[in-house]
Design a protein around this ligand. Sequence first.
Ligand code: AMP
Length: 507
Amino acid sequence: MVQNILDYLEATAADCPDKPAFEDLEHSYTFAQVLGNAKRIGSALIHVLPQNAPVPVLMEKEAWTLNVFMGAVCAGCFYTLVEPEQPDERIRTILDTLEAEVIVTSGKLSERVAALGFTGKVLLAEELVESVIDEEALASRRKMACDIDPLYAIFTSGSTGVPKGVVVSHRSVIDFTEHFTRIFGFSREDVIGNQAPFDFDVSVKDIYTSIFTGAKLVLIPKQMFSMPPSLLDFLCEKHVTSLTWAVSALCMVTTLRGFEYRVPSEVRRVLFSGEVMPYKHLKAWREALPAAEFVNLYGPTEIVCNCTYYRVRGDEPEDAALPIGSAFGNRLVFLLDDQNCVIRDAGIQGEICVAGTSLASGYYNNPQATEKSFVQNPENQSYPQVIYRTGDIGTYNDEGLLCFAGRRDFQVKRMGHRIELEEIQLTLDQTEGVTRSCCIYGEQEQKLVAFYVGEIDKKELRRKVKEQMPAFMLPDKFLHMDEMPMTKNGKIDRAALWNHYREEKRR
Ligand code: AMP
């Protein structure tokens, strides 16, 4: 029985040692090389850190970084990618939360690390990998390991603005990856085009699908996501077959009319998540790749990657959001109403809750936040059973498929009416002349503001939207944007939009 993700890596390295595992523009590492590097790095770390210690990895998104992650795991520790471009203050909060004793980085980032005033040990990955493999030490760490040990921690922004470190165990990733790769038929022949940064849990699917199946993982340089021609050339030249991307990355290609330039015709699987997929963009992708499978994946970082999926059929109504579908195997996904009762009927809204082996273990060094979201299943009074409350609202459609109906925090009361901001956004997105939109409610100002990108005039947009929604849902203001500000995880940056609105008002 697989207990540790290193079991996957060892099996794949034994099966196809010389097959490329991870590749970027400059380097390519075979599975055997990744395992060798991981053992060398792990052997060095064992002498510095105890079992299950955090290893903050302050490195750029490179194929080499994935070798370092595996090195931390070989040492019986867990890794956290610390994105070097983040502000110093946020990095310090992450390191403090982890109570980190070391940072692993590379020589070229030494100055970046020095600026943080970190008092622990700074270890250079290129020096760690020079160590001699200590098989005995590695084996003894492995013997003490257990599948509930942490594998990684990913820091999310957190509603209070303080980052929370979601800790995920080997077991959760093993459980998810086995279902994920089987359901979508990943194989050694696949070439996965990685879009997501390594501190975003979409990348977990890319990394472990590759390690589990022997598929090649090709890292797409970040800057290509604003230049469709180079992105599409890259996908074609690398023979990419599979994309697991954030919705906005897919929308960027269609907004900038990338397919008029080139179609990456070897892509046969497009999996997307993170936000509601605007129908218009999905349609353009499906027209470009008619033979490919398209799948809507849903779930927050805390439930580990995704808990539901929906295979696009092509007969979905354009005026409704795509279903998020049904649960992955070994997941319990259900809706709870305000009285904590399970909803079974179609059309009734409730909070999406998730249980199962794949849940994250909680937030690192943050029992208060953990207790708030990872709670006892209110349906079960007999023995401890943890569920995660997602804060998302869902309903079942007539086919019994789960549909995403918005974030609880994006549900506002206006003139006594309850409004889901996502519903307004759906109407805006469907309007001709709008390529992307977002609707925000300013509690203080009591204003509903619609931001959009597209060629349509504000007045015309207002007129069209007014025809389709009740007055209480009509935005007070429409603001045209040249482009949507994005968070580094590729979601629409609502805080930046709101700042933009305030600045506009001041002018
Ligand atoms: P993150 O933890 O950054 O991955 O964000 C998770 C949140 O993104 C979820 O709680 C949802 O609010 C939203 N989300 C994820 N997938 C989808 C989807 N397929 N459709 C709509 N919203 C989604």
